[in-house]
Design a protein around this ligand. Structure first.
Ligand code: SF4
Length: 130
């Protein structure tokens, strides 16, 4: 894939800068206590001084990863997938959530609300930031 093609795939949400992914227990909010697979997408330009994941900020540090691969990993572990960041809505969440919904899993997102909503979600956790 050329550099230009890669950027086009990123722009379409077919590649996402994957920072980390892990299976754990949701530790906060309405779904606290639910086992879930977390997908942390890199990239955030909100710049909260209290941020505890500053290493997520630079998207280019995290490998552009095919949504199919992210979905395959996630659905192998859980029926509840939590997409977090960084700020995942810097990217088009349409392809990722379409593929997750095709697997009939619950899609949750954690967002600052700084960007327009994309994707199809069963649960939106909005935590307003600066
Ligand atoms: S919006 Fe979230 S990820 Fe971005 S700087 Fe603020 S706390 Fe950190």
């Amino acid at each position: 894939m050329t550099r230009r093609e890669r950027q086009e795939h990123i722009d379409k949400g077919l590649l996402l800068p994957l920072m980390e992914e892990f299976y754990t227990i949701q530790g906060e909010g309405y779904h606290k206590g639910t086992a879930a697979y977390f997908v942390r997408i890199g990239g955030c330009d909100v710049g909260c001084h209290w941020c505890d994941v500053k290493e997520s900020w630079l998207a280019e540090l995290h490998p552009p990863t095919e949504t199919e691969k992210i979905v395959a990993n996630a659905v192998a572990y859980s029926k509840t997938i939590v997409v977090t960041g960084g700020e995942p809505l810097m990217w088009d969440m349409g392809p990722l959530t379409e593929q997750l919904k095709a697997k009939q899993v619950q899609t949750h997102i954690e967002t600052s609300g700084a960007y327009k909503l994309s994707g199809t979600w069963d649960w939106i956790c909005l935590s307003p930031k600066k």
